[in-house]
Ligand binder design. Structure first.
Ligand SMILES: CC(C)(COP(=O)(O)OP(=O)(O)OC[C@H]1O[C@@H](n2cnc3c(N)ncnc32)[C@H](O)[C@@H]1OP(=O)(O)O)[C@@H](O)C(=O)NCCC(=O)NCCS
Length: 172
């Protein structure tokens, strides 16, 4: 079972029965979902579909979106990890990184800590040499995370900002 420990976090696969209530609560918050997909809060069924899709991706691809747990308390803080991008078209089929945390877990460096670990996993464990990210221009918090990770702007499509990092350089 794939797990990563950072100083403060455990990144692990999803346990649907245990994680769904906490994920659903996080994703029912309009502030969390504002810049994701259609920008609408997720229903319980929508969150269940997310967990199912993320777990399928783990099984099919050998990477996926992790459940992010606080090491101290075991609380589910959110979802951070890798996925096969579907849109916008210029990056469709590329491997992307995404993040979303419950509102009470913002502003503590958890997203950056988890994302950094995911890039290391992408390179060292999966042998990936490039990871992209798609962000809304008004998503200032993600812009800061992207900057901290060293992800560079590569373009724009469908009103979204495209970023990428060459992991072979990241390693150096
Ligand atoms: C995007 C998102 C994950 C970023 O989370 P975040 O907590 O702001 O990001 P970080 O983990 O990098 O934390 C950074 C902040 O923690 C602060 N911080 C506090 N303690 C810290 C510590 N020990 N280490 C590092 N930073 C710390 C930093 O000063 C920084 O504050 P700043 O943003 O005011 O400069 C979060 O805003 C979110 O979940 N948003 C909703 C979902 C979303 O839109 N996702 C993106 C879709 S594309």
């Amino acid at each position: 079972m794939t797990e990563i420990r950072t100083p403060r976090l455990l990144l692990r696969r999803w346990v649907p029965d245990d994680d769904l209530p906490a994920l659903a609560e996080i994703q029912a918050d309009p502030a969390v979902m504002r810049h994701i997909g259609d920008g609408e809060p997720r229903s319980l069924d929508g969150s269940a579909e997310d967990v199912e899709r993320w777990e399928e991706e783990w099984d099919d691809e050998g990477f996926g979106v992790f459940a992010v747990e606080l090491l101290g308390s075991g609380e589910l803080a959110g979802a951070v990890g890798l996925y096969v991008v579907e849109e916008p078209a210029p990056v469709a089929g590329h491997i992307g990184i995404q993040w979303r945390l419950g509102r009470q877990y913002w502003g503590q460096g958890y997203a950056s800590e988890a994302a950094q670990a995911c890039l290391e996993f992408a390179l060292q464990d999966r042998g990936l040499d490039r990871v992209v990210a798609v962000a809304a221009p008004e998503d200032a918090s993600s812009a800061k995370v992207l900057h901290k990770l060293g992800m560079a702007r590569t373009g724009e499509a469908d009103g979204l900002l495209l970023h990428a990092i060459d992991l072979t350089e990241y390693e150096a």
